[in-house]
Design a protein around this ligand. Structure first.
Ligand code: SAM
Length: 247
């Protein structure tokens, strides 16, 4: 049985897609995608030997070696241009996912949808998508086994019902706070529109982390610590204000 996280990613894949799952590890997602008909064929890309072997075994055990091609290589290098119409990249940092996409832009024409699940650094990934012509059309946040995950679905700008302007425009919230485009990039433009319990838990946790850094900085007498302290206080106040307005 798939984890809730992989199940949600699976459900974002339009039926009949040709899927490329990059950093596939055990190839659980491509196997489930082909078995469920979400994908007619799939490529599972892996850069590391151990996970590559695990992927090959999983695919062979499922009897799907004729429909899932397990390939060894870095990022999108395992793909031919135009080969995949949906790409999933899950379980890595947002900066690494952005690098994989950026280094593989020659493989992106023809791709109709990206489904991305960064473990951290969601803002860096949203920034890359914004500047590279991909519109985030859907975001989901969930908690599983004590970890919080965000899943982003993005479409090429030309095929998206939303524009980047719609997505990141500054918004004035009731209660007097302003959601700037920087806050949208950080917190997620869709997630802030319909914040759930997990969203509040994540950001309360982020505030707690900032407060603990602030406590350490407060012990320092250096002049540079004063600036750092003020910046941390500003960030904490801003996040607390926004959470209060969203509640
Ligand atoms: N995608 C699966 C999931 O979400 O459950 C596995 C996530 S696992 C934590 C990350 C996988 O990405 C590892 O198996 C790692 O070897 C692979 N990986 C990391 N960087 C990669 C890259 N540049 N190209 C291909 N695979 C990569």
């Amino acid at each position: 049985k798939l984890s809730q996280r992989l199940q949600y990613i699976l459900e974002q894949i339009p039926p009949g897609s040709v899927l490329a799952d990059i950093g596939s590890d055990h190839a659980l997602l491509p196997v489930a995608a082909v078995e469920s008909g979400r994908a007619s064929r799939a490529v599972a890309g892996e850069v590391n030997e151990g996970p590559l072997r695990a992927a090959r075994k999983q695919v062979a055990d499922a009897g799907l070696a004729d429909r899932i091609d397990v390939r060894h290589g870095n990022g999108l290098q395992v793909l031919e241009a135009g080969e995949a119409d949906v790409i999933t990249i899950a379980g890595m940092g947002g900066a690494l996912i952005a690098t994989i996409l950026d280094e593989g832009t020659d493989k992106l024409p023809g791709v109709r949808q990206l489904v991305l699940q960064p473990n951290v650094g969601e803002d860096m990934l949203r920034k890359w998508l914004l500047h590279s012509g991909w519109v985030v059309t859907c975001e989901h946040i969930l908690e599983e086994d004590g970890k919080i995950y965000e899943i982003l679905t993005a479409l090429p700008e030309s095929q998206s019902p939303l524009s980047q302007e719609d997505l990141y425009a500054q918004v004035q919230l009731a209660g007097g706070c302003t959601l700037t485009s920087a806050l949208h990039l950080r917190m997620g433009p869709h997630l802030v529109k319909a914040p759930n319990k997990v969203f509040f838990k994540k950001w309360q946790g982020e505030i707690a982390k900032l407060q603990s850094v602030l406590k350490q900085v407060e012990r320092s007498e250096l002049e540079s610590a004063r600036e750092k302290r003020e910046e941390l206080q500003r960030q904490i106040e801003q996040l607390e204000e926004v959470l209060a307005c969203l509640q």
